[in-house]
Design a protein around this ligand. Structure first.
Ligand code: HEM
Ligand SMILES: N[C@@H](CC(=O)c1ccccc1NC=O)C(=O)O
Length: 278
């Protein structure tokens, strides 16, 4: 039998003393030592990794949403579309990931659920930042982070910035569309309130897409975002009911009843209304 092949003979670098390796570049020591199961249940590692990978994808989403908003604010819509398409792909990734978690049965979960204490995804500050960035701004959701002034500052800074929806409406106004003035000067930290004038503006766009092509495309990117977001919420509540039934959540809410209520949240209500109005 031939000697085992050594890729070093064709130039593969085999020694990394003093040079940056794969693991160095990716900080894998930090990432791969950050899983700390609190029980000896075989499924707890799945649970932890599922959440950690979700948080990593959320980090990237926030980065892309920030860049997309900057691009829209500068009327550079093409790069914004590229970024929002990437955000949609990330959300597809998060939506598919539920298939892995769904392999965990209620019996598996009860083996380690008690070790979770009162921790819950309800306290995911990156999730709240995404909601705030998109335009779903409920200031009550800052409260669970009061013990962490750094996180409160991050969430409040996000509330002080125009949301994706605010930014899109300002771009529509600059393109000559009739966006109500009060909408453009609103306190952007406040929750969005559905506005008839905005609905009328979208109707102008959707009645004649050809006359408003860039803003029409922007609106459809927003629809994609909300469509994927709804699917994530639906996958979540379905997985929760499958694993937990109707038990109360560790975060203190009613559990499935709370998550069903959240299914009714609308990020861009006027964009849904316009479908009926056409
Ligand atoms: C078996 C798996 C899961 C169960 C049983 C579960 C259960 C729950 C429950 C009951 C709530 C309501 C809040 C509470 O009272 O605790 C909740 C909220 C939440 N969970 Fe999960 N969850 C699971 C997986 C996940 C995963 C993988 C993520 C991804 C990061 C996640 C993120 C969230 C978020 C962001 C909320 C807040 C939702 C909102 O306020 O609209 N959960 N979860
Ligand atoms: N709320 C869940 C616990 C839970 O799912 C969870 C706990 C800690 C970290 C992330 C979690 N995932 C989503 O809420 C429950 O009531 O069982």
């Amino acid at each position: 039998m031939a000697d085992p092949y050594d890729p070093g003979t064709e130039g593969a670098r085999m020694s990394f003393a003093g040079a940056m390796s794969y693991g160095d570049y990716l900080s894998l020591d930090a990432v791969l030592t950050a899983q700390h199961p609190q029980s000896d249940a075989g499924d707890e590692l799945l649970f932890i990794i599922q959440h950690q990978t979700s948080e990593l994808w959320m980090k990237l989403m926030l980065h892309e949403l920030g860049r997309a908003r900057e691009a829209i604010a500068a009327d550079r819509l093409q790069p914004a579309f590229k970024g929002l398409s990437r955000v949609a792909r990330i959300m597809e990734q998060l939506n598919s990931a539920w298939d892995v978690l769904r392999t965990m049965t209620p019996s598996d979960y009860t083996r380690f659920r008690d070790t979770l204490g009162q921790s819950s995804g309800f306290q995911s500050w990156q999730y709240r930042l995404i909601e705030f960035a998109a335009g779903n701004r409920n200031p009550a959701m800052v409260k669970p982070h009061a013990h962490r002034p750094d996180l409160v500052a991050l969430l409040e800074a996000e509330l002080a910035r125009p949301s994706l929806y605010d930014t899109a409406l300002a771009a529509a106004a600059r393109s000559g569309l009739p966006v109500p003035g009060a909408v453009l000067t609103r306190d952007c930290a406040a929750p969005w309130v559905a506005d008839d004038g905005v609905a009328a503006m979208w109707a102008v766009v959707y009645r004649d897409p050809e006359a408003h092509w860039p803003i029409y495309e922007l609106a459809e990117k927003l629809m994609d975002f909300e469509d994927y977001f709804r699917r994530w919420r639906f996958n979540h509540v379905t997985t929760v009911e499958r694993v937990l039934g109707l038990k109360r959540g560790t975060g203190g809410t009613g559990g499935v009843s709370y998550l069903k209520r959240m299914l009714e949240v609308e990020l861009f209500p006027e964009l849904w209304q316009v479908r009926t109005a056409l």
